[in-house]
Design a protein around this ligand. Structure first.
Ligand SMILES: [Zn+2]
Length: 298
């Protein structure tokens, strides 16, 4: 099946969370037309907002949901979303789909990693097996689906026409009036080579606009992916040095040093205090990922 090309640019719908500092951190991307596609539906807590915003735009039918990965802030709202849009077909990383059909382990893992934030995102309900279609069946002119593991063991990026939906495989991106903030989302278990390999896969594509799940658009995939690649190596080098120094507060020390030395984190200073707290929380997780990886080498 090949559908005709659409022309409209993707737009984002903000999915505000009740966690202080998380108000502008999660969004869904929507391509409206033939077909209409939603990339990542967000967590359960904001799915009503997503549905309302789609209804306000008179989008009453969604053809496809593309899930970049199944973390609950991207996929937790899928079951109630499909109640509202029952004909939508879902593409997700094949090996992650069993965890959406029976989300018991996904929920336990989310609680263990995110604690009270998982509760704020809301629970995850089971999804019927027949709502999924395979990547091979997702045939659309101008679409290629790339496996881009790293942030999550199973992660997809969707390159569709002039748009590259990278989920979290090109970092967490925030824009501050023309200046960019970029942070690796690399929670344990983190595999450095796999993550860099995914970046290289996307670098092999022609330059195009890149759409981050967290958050916004950057006009040049080549430019931001190269910066992200350099940043991954910079973090590896700096965290290796801290481990070698024998510091007994590796994570705290790494946050301090990275904020001082990583130019892509400079905009941290411009954030409000709650956003800084959010970023410190994720930075600690990401550094723990690097530490686990580096220790596994020795
Ligand atoms: Zn994620």
């Amino acid at each position: 099946m090949t559908a005709k090309l659409i022309s409209s640019s993707p737009f984002s719908l903000e999915l505000p969370q009740k966690i202080p500092g998380w108000e502008q951190f999660i969004q869904a991307w929507v391509i409206q037309g033939n077909p209409t596609i939603v990339v990542d539906v967000g967590p359960r807590a904001s799915v009503d907002s997503l549905i309302n915003q789609l209804n306000e735009k008179e989008i009453n039918k969604v053809d496809y949901v593309w899930l970049t990965h199944i973390h609950i802030d991207h996929a937790g709202g899928l079951a109630p979303f499909l109640v509202e849009f029952p004909t939508a077909k879902v593409v997700a990383p094949a090996r992650a789909i069993p965890h959406l059909i029976d989300p018991t382990r996904l929920w336990e893992g989310s609680l263990a990693t995110l604690g009270e934030k998982a509760i704020a995102y809301g629970p995850i309900d089971p999804v019927a097996k027949d709502c999924f279609i395979s990547q091979e069946d997702m045939a659309l002119e101008g679409l290629s689906i790339l496996e881009t593991p790293g942030h999550a063991p199973f992660h997809l990026s969707f390159c569709y026409q002039d748009f590259l939906f990278c989920g979290e495989s090109a970092g967490v991106f925030l824009s501050f009036g023309g200046k960019k903030y970029l942070r690796p989302p690399t929670p344990p278990r983190f595999f450095f080579e796999q993550t860099v390999g995914s970046v290289d896969k996307m670098l092999a594509l022609e330059d195009r606009a890149i759409y981050f799940s967290h958050t916004g658009i950057y006009p040049s995939s080549q430019e931001i992916l190269k910066l992200y690649r350099e940043q991954l190596f910079r973090w590896k080098e700096l965290i290796t040095e801290i481990l070698r120094s024998g510091s007994n507060k590796v994570v705290e020390r790494a946050i301090e040093i990275l904020l001082e030395k990583d130019p892509l984190l400079a905009c941290f200073q411009q954030m409000d205090i709650l956003s800084q707290q959010r970023e410190r929380f994720f930075m600690a997780n990401s550094i723990a990922g690097f530490v686990g990886y580096l220790k596994s080498l020795s």
